[in-house]
Design a protein around this ligand. Structure first.
Ligand code: AMP
Length: 284
């Protein structure tokens, strides 16, 4: 496994590889890797000749300085896991390498940027769009792998690829969960033992919401019931949304035969968690 810290040596390594007609898969991450990330690596390995995983805690997508400084950094263990899981190339740039000059450009993604995560994390998706654009330009991947865990991020990147005509196929990989259903996340490490137990409320709420909607409940009663269910000590709901899965348009009823996404964000103790489920509103 090759590890690069600088852009030009990585580019020339990949250029030689590409000139032999081989295909490249990119897995962008912020490190503190777990099975979710490793599943993206595995999918990339299945579809490409070479997998590049980037590990970079991107400051421009953090609107909260505390969140940025608390973000877990475990490079040594990450490299070990990537090697064990057949990753070929790791890109671990510093801030100076990724941002030699402060970024002045802003990206706008319309509704996708103002709803849900965008509403609670102003500027987040501009930061995501810029770093992913840079990684696409540096690695020129044939395919890039993202998790459904960050559904809104995936849709923003889909829009970015379409608007900017990036020549890359996007893949959205299912959510990998702990045994009790909590979506795997680097942030889970920061939960106290008691909060860790409480955190399964996110998936329980999503499942309850789905069951209500599929059994004829209205979106309004579903939202009310979920917010009541999550009204427990040390859990603070930020949003629970019922939206169309491919564009995050809010749904007022789900009588049509469409892909519905239920998306939730909540603080459990000090830790902000997100989760979602996608389902078809009616059997075809
Ligand atoms: P992060 O390091 O949190 O920025 O995540 C890097 C990539 O891994 C993103 O595309 C995430 O959506 C994806 N990811 C994070 N957690 C999971 C998970 N539990 N299952 C599948 N993919 C995930």
């Amino acid at each position: 496994m090759e590890v690069f810290k600088e852009i030009n040596p990585l580019k020339s390594y990949l250029k030689t590889f590409r000139s032999k007609g081989k295909q490249i898969g990119l897995v962008p991450t912020m490190g503190a890797l777990h099975e979710g990330h490793l599943t993206l690596v595995e999918k990339s390995n299945q579809e490409n000749d070479l997998t590049v995983c980037s590990i970079y805690v991107n400051p421009t997508q953090f609107n909260n300085k505390g969140d940025l400084s608390n973000y877990p950094r475990e490079l040594e263990n990450d490299l070990k896991l990537l090697k064990q899981n057949g990753c070929d190339v790791v890109f671990v740039p510093s801030d100076e390498v990724m941002y030699p000059n402060p970024v002045k450009m802003k990206l706008s993604f319309g509704h996708l940027e103002t709803t849900m995560e965008g509403a609670f994390r102003p500027g987040h998706f501009t930061g995501v769009g810029i770093i992913v654009s840079k990684l696409f330009n540096i690695t020129e991947p044939d395919r890039a792998y993202f998790g459904q865990k960050d559904l809104q991020q995936f849709l923003v990147i889909k829009q970015l690829v379409s608007d900017m005509a990036f020549d890359v196929e996007l893949r959205c990989v299912e959510i990998i969960r702990e045994d009790d259903g909590l979506a795997k996340s680097s942030r889970n490490l920061r939960l106290s033992a008691e909060d860790r137990k409480k955190s399964i409320i996110l998936l329980q709420a999503l499942q309850r919401g789905k069951s209500l909607l599929l059994n004829g409940g209205t979106v309004e009663t579903c939202k009310l019931e979920v917010s009541q269910m999550m009204d427990i000590p040390n859990v603070s709901l930020e949003y629970f949304e019922v939206v169309e899965a491919n564009n995050l348009t809010p749904l007022t009823n789900i009588s049509d035969n469409i892909n519905v996404a239920l998306c939730v964000a909540a603080f459990v103790g000090e830790v902000r968690l997100i989760d979602n489920i996608i389902f078809r509103s009616k059997k075809e």
